[in-house]
Design a protein around this ligand. Sequence first.
Ligand code: PGA
Length: 363
Amino acid sequence: MAIPPVFRGYRHVKSGGLWEKRPAEPGAPGVVQPLVAGNWKMNKTPIEGGAMVYRVLDLCRGITDVDIVFAPPFTGLYTLREFLPAGFADKEYGLAGNVYVAAQDVFFKPDGPYTGEISPRMLKAIGIDMVIVGHSDRRTRLGEFFGIRGSVTRRLAPQQLVAELERLRGDGEVDPNIIAALALLTDPANRHILDGLAAYLIKQFTERTGETEEVINKKTIAVVDQDLTAIFCCGENLQAREGGRTFQIIKGQIVNGLAGIAPEKMKQVIIAYEPVWAIGTGQIASVDKIAEVHAFVRDLVERFYGEEIARFIRILYGGSVKPDNMSQIMGIPNVDGVLVGGSSLEAADFAGIIRYDLPARAA
Ligand code: PGA
């Protein structure tokens, strides 16, 4: 696919059934401004984060036509907001209100007995602008750390099952099918079936132990209801990609995740397409793959919300974005910016991504 030249401000225009980016004067009506968001994940103390943000802004002096978003962990949010009081970045670094602070997650209740959780109302109260919702780390990957392997392995340990079978046989009320199943599983001749079952359950539970589409939908609604902006993440894993289910997965995530969001609230929604297999792997999706999913997402938004909303919604790409692949990514139709993990942790890298089509500036 030919990659058009890079430009910053543009309009999305549909022509011959395809979306195109047409250059436009920054600030003109309907102009989309690219957005670069850095998701620090579980990295940086508040002071380390604040110091890096100043270095990034120093390297990005005068760049007013890209929205810059920093997403520190919860512990860094308040401090970062204090580091960036209203008007400070504009005055010190020649910016134009285009620096934002985002949380990486949120709970959907306003307050109450939810140990360890943070609500959108609490984020709003400390001046946070945006919230990342439904990141694939939270949808699935963190399931690895929830002790599922240990808990399945313990329950399906052969001696444990033999003891359980004895106990259940002595209990007249138990479903005979359970006893029959345990008798089969504890037969030493069937050890391979038991091992296979354990492996299957570990895989199923690990992959599915995370935020469901229903929870992500509640969080997205809670975020926009507080007039914060949601950076709503979607993306297929390798298995889905190889099984030809990419579009079906993305459609399900978006339709279910954004259910019940009123059209007037869509100004507060940014969609980030992050193929799980490209996150943190150094293996960026090809230009064609990014282009087809992004076009699909914009068409989907058009189908559900109409052309006007489809023209302004920003669709970010995420997954192994680096300073040296950023210009190419931004040249792809329907890509309105990026969500960056690893390369958002070093000032020079993150600034290089924000500056993408401009020469690097020495620190
Ligand atoms: P990465 O992460 O840039 O390190 O691939 C992207 C993300 O998880 O948002």
